[in-house]
Design a protein around this ligand. Structure first.
Ligand SMILES: Cc1cc2nc3c(=O)[nH]c(=O)nc-3n(C[C@H](O)[C@H](O)[C@H](O)COP(=O)(O)OP(=O)(O)OC[C@H]3O[C@@H](n4cnc5c(N)ncnc54)[C@H](O)[C@@H]3O)c2cc1C
Length: 430
């Protein structure tokens, strides 16, 4: 990332900002700090805030503007769990560690709510989440998941809904059933991110926008260079997720792939339309591998996400396809106006579990939430702060998760991933 003039894209979120944070000046000099954080999304802003609250001096460098990345573009669903099945975690780390991770994922949602409350962030937090079956095999899978969480994870909160009880939450015949989770919810992701940045600034963090880190030199102290300046710090946190330029942490380059995801926001729905779409104001995602997800904004727009691209090119007839899907789910929305459309990059790992770790003794990273980072990224920031303050036990539980590079090397990784996704898309249709 080299441009000094990247701005957040046009989106519904950008047009409904309710938090004043920034603009922050570009770094034009050399600075000394305890910690230099690279990346101003939820991970970076949360780490900055938690470190400053512990008394560390912190400089946060953002290549574009705070919230430029996934955190300012996301579907805004805050959910317990990870981007991967908990069974994958169990297989890799054993049941006891998997339980720790599950509990921390629940904690991440509570932490999100607590940060919003503590820092007075106006970001339209609402509760209720549905994970909807599209096929009959999903029904079995979701019921097995519910049983496993109840017996092995002490999580009895999931409720299976179908028929009339499901229609109280989502008014469509498209789903044979859904798991309802009262612990999940949704929020305005850009206002949440800006609210964290504002809180971090108030806690003493020096934030610099339009200040891409172009080099990281680990060492004691570490050095981070931007086009206009330099930060010398005892610790560095790299929280650039999918938006990272290759080369900042070259050893990790093959472990994260970018997947573009697309969102639309309709015009505001009438009360009558809301009653025929999402009367309980829940968030929903379906159980397909390439999933669709949606929720209502505070001003009653349907914020609908789906479709994916790995080569950076927008899928053909994107808008028509999203329109058609929406109308199939909710005939009452046929012909509704679409006021906004935007895309963003998700960072995925091969096993879809987040990738936390360290390079050398004082450079830390947390990324690869695989489309499930809105609340986990906030917890990652807290765990990074705990680790730098000498309590790394919880961070290390995540860091123990083994990660491999995507197969195919630098040139074949993307084509192989496209092929694999085509396979899963086909499977979604069966
Ligand atoms: C369209 C979309 C929908 C999503 N929906 C959901 C959802 O509903 N629920 C959910 O849980 N998750 C969702 N996600 C994922 C979630 O948004 C992310 O996991 C989370 O926001 C990651 O936060 P982050 O701070 O790690 O990364 P980001 O928010 O991507 O922040 C990284 C920042 O680093 C900056 N940066 C990059 N390189 C440099 C550099 N060299 N120097 C300085 N700064 C740099 C970028 O400009 C960027 O601002 C979605 C993502 C997308 C794209």
């Amino acid at each position: 990332m080299t441009s000094a003039a990247l701005h957040r894209p046009a989106s519904y979120y950008q047009d409904s900002i309710a938090v004043t944070a920034g603009p922050f000046p570009a770094l034009e000099e050399s600075r000394r700090a305890d910690v230099c954080i690279i990346g101003g999304g939820v991970t970076g802003c949360s780490a900055a805030l938690h470190l400053a609250e512990r008394g560390y001096s912190v400089v946060l460098l953002e290549a574009a503007e705070v919230g430029y990345g996934a955190s300012g573009r996301s579907g805004g669903q805050i959910l317990p769990g990870l981007g991967t099945d908990i069974a994958t975690v169990e297989k890799a780390l054993g049941k006891s560690r998997a339980r720790d991770i599950w509990e921390m994922s629940r904690e991440s949602v509570r932490l999100t709510a607590a940060l919003i409350e503590r820092h007075g962030i106006p970001c339209d937090l609402a509760w209720g989440y549905l994970h909807a079956a599209v096929k009959s095999r999903h029904v079995e899978e979701l019921k097995a998941f519910q049983a496993r969480l109840a017996t092995d994870y002490d999580y009895p909160a999931l409720q299976w809904l179908e028929g009339a009880s499901l229609q109280e939450h989502v008014v469509t015949n498209a789903y044979p059933g859904a798991l309802y989770d009262a612990e999940g919810g949704h929020l305005h992701p850009l206002n949440y991110t800006l609210g964290l940045a504002r809180a971090a600034q108030h806690a003493g963090v020096r934030i610099h926008e339009h200040s891409p880190a172009v080099e990281v030199h680990p060492g004691q102290p570490a050095q981070v260079a931007t086009p206009g300046g330099r930060v010398t710090a005892d610790y560095v946190i790299v929280s650039t997720n999918a938006y990272r330029g290759e080369g900042l942490l070259p050893d990790l380059d093959g472990r994260i792939m970018r997947a573009a995801n697309y969102m639309i926001a309709t015009e505001p729905l009438s009360e009558a339309q809301v009653a025929k779409v999402l009367p309980s104001n829940d968030a929903l995602s379906d159980a397909n591998f390439v999933l669709d997800y949606y929720r209502l904004s505070a001003d009653r727009r349907l914020i609908y996400g789906g479709e994916v691209s790995y080569d950076g090119r927008e899928p053909r007839q994107l808008r028509e396809r999203m329109d058609a899907k929406m109308a199939r789910l909710f005939p009452v929305l046929e012909g509704i106006g679409i006021d906004y459309r935007w895309g963003g990059d998700v960072a995925i790992t091969l096993n879809r579990a987040p990738d936390f770790g360290r390079v050398g003794s004082n450079v830390y990273y947390a990324h690869g939430y695989s489309g499930h980072g809105m609340s986990l990224a906030g917890l990652a920031g807290q765990l990074l702060a705990e680790t730098i303050s000498g309590q790394s036990e919880r961070f290390d539980i995540f860091a123990a998760m083994p990660h491999r590079s995507f197969p195919g090397g630098k040139w074949l990784r993307t084509p192989l991933l496209v092929l694999a996704t085509q396979f899963y898309k086909l499977r979604d249709r069966l």
